[in-house]
Design a binder for this molecule. Structure first.
Ligand code: PMP
Length: 353
């Protein structure tokens, strides 16, 4: 091979994941993981599977997991698709449903994987500015050429968008797919999942994950819910890459995570309660905190340079997130940890302020 040879690499602009420091002393509040371990039943199921038939391929149809997801969501197995984390499900959905060369609409401040996939799959996009109060406006998402995607609650703003508004977007885009990315929906008090709308809107695909409310970010299981035509479209794309996708351990663990509804509810409520206390504590310290429907809060304080604050907190072994985008450069995103972690965070914040 000539030493002058360089491989041709398709033009990409990859996503940069949040810092994953393995230092056990670090209070890690930067990537919206669940602060609690997964259900003991999940660990038991994974352990049993690991000592079982790992020499065999996993089920290509993931029936048991899809049944368990369907049961929790009041839908049928045929309405459910599973993949390796919702990031992968999103990639398949972009590829399956958004036509190359046509314009996709999504909020300018939202999940930063959307522009990555748009570029990778040659889908031009219109990143639509948020309102001054960081909410979305339905009219901005009408008549999209390729489709629409937005997180609900939005990330990183944490704001939940009422279903009435989501419906207006679905109605104004009857011929293209509208994806509602509900990674954080379980933390939206009073918020309702768009899953209840799938029978009414065949153009709706709801994407969720086990990474947040089910405490399984390490397992990588995401899912999509929609009409069977959309689910079959996703399966065709999945099978074109890797017909197995989710491994045996992931199948076993995620299935149990959906079955252990008591544990799910207990930890979900714990995170919500800690969030409410954290918001109050930040407001006491003069922070403006956006109304959160997620397991994180988005906060700023007038006169405080949050990039410096982020660095100071990091030096004190607390990891939070700040963003370079000038529109939100004065905000910190803080994931909700346990009560103890948040007490410690507030203590170190007071030292840093
Ligand atoms: N969507 C949103 C809005 C997210 O914030 C995240 C987590 N970073 C994901 C999807 C992806 O989650 P996962 O791949 O862990 O399911």
């Amino acid at each position: 091979m000539s030493k002058f040879w360089t491989p041709v690499v398709k033009r990409t602009d990859p996503y940069v994941p949040g810092e994953q420091l393995n230092d056990p002393d670090v209070i890690k509040l930067n990537t919206n993981e669940n602060p609690y371990k997964p259900s003991p039943r999940v660990i038991e199921a994974i352990t049993k599977t690991a000592t079982g038939d790992m020499q065999k391929y996993p089920s290509p149809t993931a029936d048991e997991l899809r049944e368990a997801i369907a049961e929790v969501n009041g839908v049928k197995k045929e309405n459910v698709f599973v993949g390796n984390g919702s990031d992968e499900v999103l990639a398949f959905a972009f590829y399956a449903f958004f036509e190359e060369g046509k314009t996709l609409k999504f909020p300018a401040i939202s999940y930063s994987f959307y522009p990555v996939y748009s570029k990778l799959f040659n889908i031009p996009f219109e990143a639509i500015p948020l309102q001054d109060d960081f909410t979305l406006r339905a009219e901005h998402y009408f008549d999209a050429e390729a489709g629409v995607i937005f997180p609900n609650p939005n990330a990183p703003t944490s704001i939940y968008w009422p279903l009435e508004e989501v419906k207006r977007v679905l109605e104004a885009n009857p011929d293209v797919v509208v994806i509602v990315d509900e990674a954080y929906i379980d933390f939206a008090v009073g918020g309702e999942s768009a899953v209840s709308l799938i029978d009414q809107y065949p153009n709706l695909l709801v994407i969720q994950t086990t990474s947040k409310s089910r405490a399984l970010a390490g397992l990588r299981v995401g899912l999509a819910i929609g009409q069977p035509e959309l689910i079959e479209g996703l399966v065709r794309i999945k099978d074109s890459f890797n017909s197995y996708t989710v491994d045996q351990l992931a199948l076993a663990g995620a299935t149990e995570a959906f079955r252990d509804t008591d544990y799910f509810e207990e930890k979900r409520q714990a995170v919500i309660a800690t969030r409410i206390e954290t918001v109050a504590a930040l407001e006491e310290r003069g922070f403006d905190v956006l109304p959160s429907g997620a397991n994180f809060v988005f906060a700023k304080k007038d006169g405080v340079d949050v990039e410096r604050l982020y660095e100071q907190l990091k030096a004190k072994k607390v990891l939070v997130r700040h963003f370079k985008d000038p529109l939100i450069a004065n905000y910190l995103r803080i994931s909700i940890g346990t009560d103890e972690q948040m007490d410690e965070f507030l203590k170190r914040l007071d030292e840093a302020l």
